[in-house]
Design a protein around this ligand. Structure first.
Ligand code: HEC
Ligand code: HEC
Length: 225
C-alpha cells in the first residue's frame, strides 16, 4: 500500500465510523425520555425516604447496592401494594421469620416508598434483572397434577409461599399445611378474605377467583401433609 492509500484509508475509515457513532448517539438521545415515566412529587419524596433509611445498605436496586436482601427493581410487580405496605411498616408482624428490622417507617413514608418503587419498576431496563432460570419450576414441583395445583400455580401463590422448598418465604411454608387441622372450608374462607380469620393478615384476598377454583385449591391444600 502506498502512503497515500494508507492515509486515505485512515481518514475515510475514521470518518465512516464517526458518522455511525453520531447516528447511534442521536438515536439513543431520542429514546432516553421514553424509557422512564414522569417523576411525581411522591416519587421524589419516596427516593428521599429510600435514602433516609439506607435501604441500599441491604437491598440492590437497578443493580446497585448490597446483596444481603432481595433486589427491589421489580418488587411491586411481584407482590401486591397492600402486602408490601404492611411489610414495610412491620416486617415481623407480617412474617415472624423476617430478617428485615422494623425501621419505624410511617404510613405516609410507606406510600411514598411504594410510589418510588413503582416508578423504578417502570424504568425500561431492557429486561434486567433476568428472571431466574427455574422460574417456571418455582411454582409447583413438577407438572401440576390436579386442578387445585393448577390454581395454585396460576394465582402465583409461590411468590410468597413454598412447598417442599420451592417458592418464596414471605408467607408460611405450606409443605405441611394440611396437617394443622384446618379443613377445606376454613381455607376457602381464608383465601376469600384472610382478615376474616386473621385480622392482622397481610395476605392478599382472592375473593375475585371463582368459588369452584377456590374449592379445588382448598382441597389441594388439605392434602399437603
Ligand atoms: C438491615 C437490612 C435491611 C434494610 C436496612 C432494609 N431491608 Fe428490606 N429486606 C431485608 C431482608 C433480609 C428482606 C427479605 C425478607 C426478610 O427476611 O425480611 C427484605 C425484604 C424487603 C421487601 C420485600 C418483602 C417480601 O416479602 O418480598 C421489601 C419491599 C423491602 N425489604 C423494602 C425495604 C425498603 C424500602 C427499605 C428501606 C426503607 C428496606 N427494605 C430496608 C433487609 C433489609
Ligand atoms: C403477597 C404474599 C402472599 C401471597 C401472594 C399469598 N399469600 Fe398466603 N399468606 C401470606 C401471609 C403473610 C400469610 C400469614 C398470614 C395469614 O395467615 O393470613 C399467609 C398465610 C397463608 C395460609 C395459612 C398458613 C398457615 O399455616 O396458617 C395459607 C393456607 C395460604 N396463605 C395459602 C395461600 C394460597 C393458596 C395463595 C395463592 C392463592 C396465597 N396464600 C398467596 C402471604 C401471601
Amino acid at each position: 500500500m502506498t502512503n497515500k492509500a494508507a492515509r486515505n484509508l485512515f481518514i475515510f475509515g475514521s470518518l465512516f465510523f464517526f458518522v455511525i457513532f453520531l447516528g447511534l448517539t442521536v438515536d439513543t438521545m431520542n429514546q432516553i425520555d421514553g424509557r422512564a415515566p414522569e417523576i411525581t412529587k411522591d416519587v421524589d419524596a419516596g427516593k428521599m425516604v429510600w435514602q433516609k433509611y439506607d435501604c441500599i445498605g441491604c437491598h440492590t436496586i437497578l443493580g446497585n447496592g448490597s446483596y444481603f436482601a432481595p433486589d427491589m427493581t421489580k418488587i411491586v410487580e411481584q407482590k401486591p401494594a397492600g402486602y408490601l405496605k404492611q411489610f414495610l411498616m412491620d416486617p415481623r408482624g407480617v412474617n415472624p421469620k423476617a430478617a428485615m428490622p422494623k425501621l419505624g417507617i410511617s404510613s405516609q413514608e410507606a406510600d411514598q416508598l411504594l410510589a418510588f418503587l413503582t416508578w423504578i419498576s417502570k424504568v425500561d431496563t431492557n429486561g434486567w434483572p433476568p428472571k431466574p432460570i427455574l422460574a417456571a419450576a418455582a411454582s409447583v414441583a413438577g407438572q401440576p397434577q390436579s386442578r387445585g395445583q393448577q390454581v395454585y400455580q396460576s394465582q402465583g401463590c409461590s411468590a410468597c409461599h413454598s412447598i417442599k422448598g420451592i417458592g418464596g418465604t414471605s408467607g408460611p411454608d405450606l409443605t405441611k399445611v394440611g396437617a394443622n387441622g384446618k379443613d377445606a372450608e376454613w381455607h376457602v374462607k381464608h383465601l376469600k378474605d384472610p382478615h376474616s380469620v386473621n385480622p392482622k393478615s397481610a395476605m392478599p384476598a382472592y375473593g375475585g377467583v371463582p368459588e369452584a377454583d377456590l374449592k379445588e385449591l382448598a382441597a389441594y391444600l388439605v392434602t399437603l401433609k
